[in-house]
Structure formats: structure tokens, C-alpha cells
Design a protein around this ligand. Structure first.
Ligand code: ADP
Ligand code: MG
Length: 634
């Protein structure tokens, strides 16, 4: 049991200054780190009211000797470093000698501790920095520290605390990270009288991951074990199919300390290059081991940011570690990812008043389009009959002054528009036909139009009276879906998932989803608590692919976690946007002529829609006059 010394002033001055006690989670982090440094094998954290009124951390570590107890609460007193050169190679989690002093200054702290050398333990109480009690205590080996009424004497700081549940989530996040970084220590967390975490402490990272994030998350991981230039990278990374929309499930530890590292994230992403889609991020739990002298942890008071003597070897070790792990992975093929627009295709059907085909094959080739129209007898009837105009279009570009036939369009598309509106009602399925019928009477008169075709699989060109509309397919579809969500239109767009989808999240995000269950329900997502940081999604509106539902929940979680202070209406709006955007047909997706026709019809029936929810225009208009002017005809 090492002795606690006051650091000489010049050494104390070298230590990164800053407040470490900001909220219950920061106290818990410091106390847990002390327990780990004390060689504990079992640590229990208990909190009440989010840790604001009560935090207790009990360990079976080396204990604090009676003659050292006062020093432990003196600022810059520590048993972990003695001289300046110790700062160059810090092997413990703590070294600043400030945490206990800072906590005792702003709370009521009680300690029960006994070292193996002593038969009688020590009971010590200190409140607002003032010693209240120092006495004998019969207590087990190790240390129990209770921190009560945090910030009771500093109301200004108290104001910065969030709701108890938010503070508790942050504490749970800290406990999770300590558990992941020290699988050799059994960590138990009791939150408002309920055990929420218990790790085995068997030294196996996978069992710690299992305890923290559950079986599902663990099953999506690949092991990494790589050493290069004295730098070790060990842990787990997610399989490419389990990629996520953000980096919130990336956990890097350096010599057993949780850190934030841009180098680590960059190396990880580079390792996955071409293995996952752009805009997706892998998850990881990676412990990097470097010689202690190669890293400076004395950069940030909370020691979350560290500085490497040389970033390059760290990058390389992670990069190659990841590459090797992926190489060994047999489950690389993931055709599902190449076809993310199934839901969007089905949403198109929903718009057209069609029942969603159960197994829509997404086909690239237009000649196979009949497979799409399971409810349409004669597809050819829907073709835009305008080959002559289409064919002349490219030529026009090169013969500026060529006398063009007037586009005597109205004959053509009036016929087409007629058909487009009426024909679907003749379809055979009795349960489908009423849907468009019900809506038909309220529809405002749609101007006559003719779909010219689609450019770049992105823009639908429409001719109507004396103008051309160019419609951004994705933006327009997104806007329509957004309006439907806002109006609370369920109907055919609402969808039960075949099997519930489970999503594992970090504790703060997990809690954010559960807290906002009603909000999500309003947006058509039925979510349930599945335990151990896992959410089950049983129902969702519009978004209907399991992978898509999962990704939506991950994005919502990250957003809801960040924007607790936002107005409810703004959160709602964000969720509608997000849902509409992911559910809309993508630019680049093939859309048949029939779909284009139905889509334009729908769009024109909603005259208010001119911008997508992001504010981009949905369609632009070019009048015949403008065109003729451009061509110097008038
Ligand atoms: P630091 O961890 O940076 O040294 P702290 O203020 O956190 O500073 O703790 C001061 C000292 O108290 C530590 O150096 C350590 O000797 C002792 N100490 C704190 N917590 C424990 C514990 N749970 N078990 C044993 N010793 C402890
Ligand atoms: Mg400490």
C-alpha cells in the first residue's frame, strides 16, 4: 500500500490544471479509477438521484492507511508520482492528486477504509473541505467512498446539472467504459436500487462486452489482435454488415484508459475503406498498448485526451490490425447493402395507391418492368407515347436554328393524363381500389401533363401547357413523405416489421431513445426496452427494411442524446425529416415510366409542395417563352 505524498509546488504546477468535478459522472470516473489503481478486483458503484445526492464506490483494493487519510484529501497529494520524471511514464489512471480534494470541497464525503496491514479500519468524514470525523471503524479490506449532496455548497454549479436520469445515464456510460477497459475487474453498477451492470471480471474482453452491450452486439464483432513496432492493438471491431451511421460506438482505450482519438478513428475508417459504405462507421472496442513513455496523458484534466510522441505508428498499428481482422472475416459479402432502396420502391407504390408488393425485386433493366407492376394488367398502356419528341431532343442541341416541329403536346398528354388518373381503379384487387377512390374527390384539379422522361435517373421532365417542369425525384418524394408524416397519415404507409429489429446503443443514447418513446411513437416507430442497452423496434412507418429501421434508431439516438434541450416540435420535425429522407426514392434509382407518371400526378395534387424539407427546391419550372428566348426564337 503506497504512501501518499504532497507534491512539491513546481511539480504540481506542471500538471494540467482544470476542474475534474463537473457532474456526478466525473466523480464516479475518478473514484472508479482510484479503485482500479488500488488493485481492486471487484468494484461496486451505487448512485441515487442520478448521483447528485448519493454516490458510493466500494472496492477491495489496497485501502488507505490511517496516517495517509488526510493527505488523500489534500490537493496535489498522491501516491502515484513523486518526482518530475514520473510524469514521463505514467502507469496509473490517476496521478494528479486532485480528485478527492476537489470532490470533498463541493460535497459531503465519507470514507471507510482498511489496508491489509491494519486490523482496524478508518472512518473519515470531510464536508466542504472541512474534516468532520476521523475515527476507528470495523470494515472489510479495501475502500468505500460515499459522496453525498454534490454541489450542496456551490448552488451555481448545481444549476448546470441536468435531470437525474440524464446524470445517471452519464454515470452508467462511465461505468461501461471502465468495465470495457478493465475486463479483469468485476464492475457492478446499482442505479436507483437496481443492478444495471455486472461484469465477470474474468479478464476476457468479450465477457465484458457481453455484460455491457449484450449478446447481439457481441455477435457482430470480429477479434483484433495485432502488434507492430511495440504497439499492441487488441479488442473487437464490428463486421462490415454491422456498420453504423455515426461513431458513437467506437471505444478506444490506451493502456486501459478511455480516450478520444482522432488518429484512432481515422485509422479505423481507413482500415474499412471499400469494406463499408461511404458515410457508415464501424463500431469498435480497442485497447491500444504503448510503452508509457510514448504517450503524454498530462494534457487534459480529465485525461481523456492524450498526446502520442508519434502518431504514425499508432495509426499503422490500428490500420493493419483492422485490415487483418477484416481479411480473416468470411462474412464480407453483403448484397443487402447494394440494394438499400427497397423501402423507397415500396413507398412509391404506396403513393400510387398500390399495395406494396411483398417481395419487390429491384431491377435495373427497364424491359423487366412488368415485374414491378403486379397489380397492373397492361403495362404498355402506361408508357409515355412520345418517342418522336424524345428522339429529336438530342439533335436539337446541335442544330440551334433548325426549324423544330412545334411540340403540339396537348393532344398527347391529355390522353395520357386521363388514363393515368382513371385506369388504376379498374384493377382487380378489391381491397386496393378503394384507396385511391376515397382520396380522389378531394384532389385539386391536376393540370394536364405529360412525363417526357427521366434524366440521370434523378430528374423527371414534365411538360404541361406552356412549360416544362424538372422535378428532383428524391427531393419531391421526400417532401411528400414528410407531409404525410406531419399529417399523421398512416394507412398503407404504416408497417409492422416481420421480426422486431434490435439495436444496441451506448447507455446515454439507449436512455435517450427510451425517454422519447412517445415522440418516436408519433413518428410511427414502436420501440421497446430489450435490456442491456438494447432497443427492440417492432413497428415503423415507411422505413421498412430491418437495416434501415436499425440505422434510423441509431441516428435518432445520437440526435436525441445531443438535443435534449430542443423544443419537442423541433425534435419531431427532425425525426420526420430524417424518416422522409431515408424512405424516399434515391437519385440514381431506376423509376419506371408508370411510377414517374403516378408520382408526378401525386406531386401535382399537392400544390403547396415546392421545396423539400431541407429547403431545396423540389421542382423547377421553365416556360416555353423562356426556352424560346434562349434559342433566339423570340
Ligand atoms: P490521484 O488518484 O491522482 O493520486 P486522488 O485525489 O484521486 O489522486 O487520490 C489521492 C490518493 O488517495 C491516491 O493517490 C491514492 O493513494 C489514495 N486513494 C484514493 N482512492 C483510493 C482507493 N479507492 N483505494 C486506495 N487508495 C486510494
Ligand atoms: Mg485519482
Amino acid at each position: 500500500m503506497p504512501k501518499i505524498y504532497r507534491l512539491p509546488k513546481q511539480l504540481a504546477d506542471l500538471i494540467a490544471a482544470g476542474e475534474v468535478v463537473e457532474r456526478p459522472a466525473s466523480v464516479v470516473k475518478e473514484l472508479l479509477e482510484n479503485s482500479i489503481d488500488a488493485g481492486a478486483q471487484k468494484v461496486t458503484v451505487e448512485i441515487r438521484h442520478g448521483g447528485v445526492t448519493y454516490i458510493r464506490v466500494t472496492d477491495d483494493g489496497c485501502g488507505i492507511a490511517r496516517e495517509d487519510i488526510r493527505n488523500a484529501f489534500v490537493s496535489h497529494a498522491t501516491s502515484k508520482i513523486k518526482i518530475e520524471s514520473d510524469l514521463d511514464a505514467i502507469a496509473t489512471l490517476g496521478f494528479r492528486g486532485e480528485a478527492l480534494a476537489s470532490a470533498a470541497a463541493v460535497a459531503r464525503v465519507e470514507v471507510m477504509t482498511r489496508t491489509p496491514e491494519d486490523t482496524i479500519g478508518t472512518h473519515y468524514c470531510i464536508e466542504g473541505g472541512e474534516e468532520v470525523l476521523l475515527d476507528d471503524a470495523g470494515c472489510p479490506l479495501g475502500t468505500t467512498i460515499i459522496v453525498r449532496d454534490l454541489f450542496y455548497n456551490t448552488p451555481a454549479r448545481m444549476k448546470f446539472l441536468k435531470k437525474d436520469v440524464t446524470e445517471a445515464n452519464a454515470v452508467a456510460g462511465v461505468a461501461d467504459r471502465i468495465a470495457l477497459s478493465h475486463p479483469e475487474v468485476s464492475i457492478r453498477m446499482i442505479r436507483e436500487d437496481k443492478e444495471t451492470l455486472l461484469t465477470a471480471g474474468d479478464g476476457k474482453l468479450d465477457s465484458a462486452i457481453y455484460a455491457v452491450f449484450g449478446r447481439e452486439f457481441l455477435s457482430e464483432l470480429l477479434p483484433v489482435d495485432y502488434t507492430c513496432d511495440g504497439i499492441g492493438v487488441k479488442g473487437y471491431i464490428s463486421k462490415p454488415i454491422a456498420a453504423r451511421p455515426n461513431r458513437s460506438m467506437q471505444f478506444f482505450f490506451l493502456n486501459g484508459r478511455y480516450i478520444k482519438t482522432g488518429t484512432g478513428s481515422a485509422a479505423l475508417s481507413e482500415g474499412y475503406k471499400h469494406a463499408i459504405m461511404v458515410g457508415k462507421f464501424p463500431a469498435c472496442v480497442l485497447n491500444i498498448t504503448v510503452p508509457n513513455h510514448a504517450v503524454d496523458v498530462n494534457v487534459h484534466p480529465a485525461k481523456i485526451e492524450v498526446r502520442f510522441a508519434n502518431e504514425k505508428p499508432i495509426f499503422n498499428a490500428i490500420y493493419y490490425g483492422v485490415k487483418n481482422a477484416l481479411e480473416g472475416d468470411r462474412s464480407k459479402a453483403h448484397p443487402k447493402m447494394q440494394n438499400p432502396s427497397q423501402a423507397a420502391v415500396r413507398n412509391f407504390y404506396a403513393l400510387a395507391g398500390e399495395e406494396k408488393p411483398k417481395q419487390v425485386e429491384f431491377r435495373e433493366l427497364p424491359q423487366k418492368k412488368e415485374d414491378f407492376f403486379v397489380h397492373t394488367k397492361d403495362v404498355s398502356a402506361w408508357k409515355a407515347p412520345a418517342p418522336a419528341v424524345k428522339e429529336t431532343v438530342p439533335k436539337k442541341e446541335y442544330t440551334m436554328a433548325a426549324p423544330e416541329p412545334e411540340i403540339a403536346a396537348s393532344d398527347d398528354f391529355s390522353f395520357l393524363a386521363e388514363k393515368a388518373v382513371r385506369e388504376p381503379e379498374k384493377q382487380p384487387e378489391p381491397e386496393i381500389t378503394p384507396v385511391p377512390k376515397e382520396k380522389e374527390p378531394q384532389k385539386p384539379a391536376i393540370p394536364e401533363f405529360r412525363v417526357i422522361g427521366e434524366a440521370f435517373r434523378t430528374y423527371i421532365f414534365v411538360e404541361s401547357e406552356n412549360k416544362i417542369w424538372i422535378i428532383d425525384k428524391h427531393a419531391a418524394h421526400e417532401r411528400i413523405l414528410y407531409e404525410q408524416l406531419r399529417a399523421g397519415e398512416d394507412g398503407k404507409a404504416s408497417q409492422m416489421l416481420l421480426a422486431p429489429v434490435t439495436v444496441t446503443l451506448r447507455k446515454e443514447e439507449y436512455a435517450a431513445i427510451l425517454e422519447n418513446r412517445d415522440l418516436l411513437a408519433d413518428s410511427g416507430f414502436a420501440v421497446e426496452d430489450f435490456g442491456t442497452g438494447t432497443i427492440a423496434v417492432s413497428e415503423c412507418r415507411i422505413v421498412q427494411d430491418a437495416a434501415d429501421a436499425k440505422e434510423a434508431i441509431e441516428e435518432f439516438a445520437a440526435y436525441l442524446c445531443k438535443s435534449r434541450q430542443e423544443l419537442l416540435s423541433r425534435k419531431m420535425d427532425w425525426i420526420y425529416h430524417n424518416t422522409a429522407c431515408r424512405a424516399a426514392i434515391k437519385a440514381g434509382n431506376f423509376t419506371s415510366e408508370y411510377e414517374q407518371q403516378k408520382f408526378v400526378e401525386k406531386l401535382l395534387s399537392m400544390p403547396d409542395i415546392r421545396t423539400c424539407p431541407h429547403g431545396r427546391p423540389v421542382m423547377i419550372e421553365m416556360t416555353r417563352r423562356e426556352m424560346e428566348k434562349s434559342f433566339g426564337r423570340i
